[in-house]
Design a protein around this ligand. Structure first.
Ligand code: SF4
Length: 381
């Protein structure tokens, strides 16, 4: 019996939790960003179109097993399904359950993994995507991660080919628009390349989702990072700006920089001030700000700049203006995933808030308080 197993990569955006995951590349072409440990020690590999088509065929095979297990009324007969599952290895089952989960959520979205799927030349990737859409006509949206440096080297025509083959959105980790910060973190990218990449993606008709990391430039570059990031956003007019507040990983090179005194970390509140400066600097009304990760101190900074900018700034200012005790209580509630914003804190039962306040004020020294918050945050990244 042929082996039906295929690999599934380690990361995908939260918005792709129920997507079909097709691994086009393994690891990252660059793999040298000083804050990133996702693919450390892993060699980069590009899958060839024939391998990808074979994996798609295996997904089709799993889909057909699930459809065949349905009765005449379209209800899934689990007894039939489980009888078939005995045939599969653990690796095959991992792929099977991914396809099953995808179908259970409507079978509409696909995410191409890993860190830089567009390293596969657009002509080859387009061929795979045409095949994928032919095999799964229910697909409505295909998205991927892509490195801005790679994108900046492609022509608009090549990117248009990807668009025609069904690639709808590219998620790109920009981290900061400041060249000083990009050098500091060894991003292997310049602001000029960021702007070129962003404009080409937009011109090709694809959605552009940019990721920024408030705090990644440390205290030294916090203000500059916000200003230059807003500049890049205004120059490229992306569909989405996603916030991923910087959390220092102990296994990363940046932790070594912190210990050597080459990097001074922003406090939790300073990172929020950086977010404020970024939001304030964005003037493109159609940009959607997205705060879809627990690492962001406010989880409800979402919406079109043209509609919600003032409200978002007010929400940030409200936290910044709180007395220390109340501010810390909010930080702790947010960091423990209890609330998304200050309004929700106000609705908590008073005994719960009192307990949080008591815990928050046990840290006399600011340094210990920040360490505590960082320890909580590291659990999420
Ligand atoms: S480009 Fe992305 S995946 Fe690659 S090392 Fe940098 S942050 Fe990590």
């Amino acid at each position: 019996m042929p082996d039906r197993a295929f690999d599934i990569g380690p990361i995908r955006p939260p918005s792709e939790a129920n997507s079909l995951l097709l691994q086009v590349t393994r690891g990252c072409t660059w793999n040298k960003c000083k804050f990133c440990v996702v693919y450390r020690g892993q060699n980069f590999r590009i899958m060839q179109p024939e391998d990808l088509k074979r994996n798609i065929d295996n997904m089709v095979y799993f889909r057909d097993i699930i459809l065949e297990a349905e009765d005449a009324q379209g209800r899934l007969r689990k007894d039939r399904l489980y009888a078939r599952l005995q045939e599969f290895s653990q690796m095959e089952l991992q792929g099977f359950y991914m396809v099953w989960n995808w179908l259970a959520h409507g079978g509409r979205n696909v995410f191409l993994q890993d860190g830089n799927s567009i390293a596969l030349k657009p002509e080859k990737l387009a061929d795979v995507l045409f095949y994928l859409r032919e095999k799964f006509p229910s697909i409505e949206r295909i998205t991927t991660y892509g490195r801005a440096e790679t994108l900046s080297r492609y022509s608009v025509e090549q990117l248009k080919l990807l668009r025609e083959s069904g690639l709808d959105r590219i998620h790109v980790g920009f981290e900061s628009g400041s060249d000083n910060v990009l050098r500091l973190i060894n991003k292997g990218l310049t602001q000029e390349q960021q702007i070129a990449a962003g404009r080409k993606v937009r011109e090709a008709g694809m959605e552009l989702s940019m990721y920024f990391m408030p705090g990644i430039g440390g205290k030294q570059y916090s203000a500059e990072s916000a200003e230059q990031t807003a500049y890049v956003v205004n120059q490229t007019n992306p569909d989405f700006v996603r916030l991923r507040t910087f959390v220092l990983k102990l296994e990363s090179e940046m932790y070594g920089m912190l210990r050597n005194g080459e990097f001074e970390e922003c406090t939790d509140i300073e990172k929020l001030q950086e977010i404020r400066a970024l939001v304030d600097g964005i003037v493109m009304p159609d940009v959607n700000l997205v705060s879809d990760h627990i690492v962001n101190l406010i989880g409800s900074l979402n919406g079109r700049i043209g509609e919600r900018k003032t409200a978002m700034l007010e929400e940030i200012d409200r936290i910044l203006a709180l007395p220390k005790e109340e501010q810390r209580t909010y930080q702790l509630a947010r960091r423990h995933g209890i609330v998304d914003n200050y309004e929700q804190l106000l609705r908590l039962p008073s005994n719960r808030t009192a307990h949080l306040r008591e815990m928050a004020m046990t840290y006399d020294e600011e340094r210990l308080w920040e360490n505590h918050l960082n320890e909580i945050l590291r659990q999420y990244v």
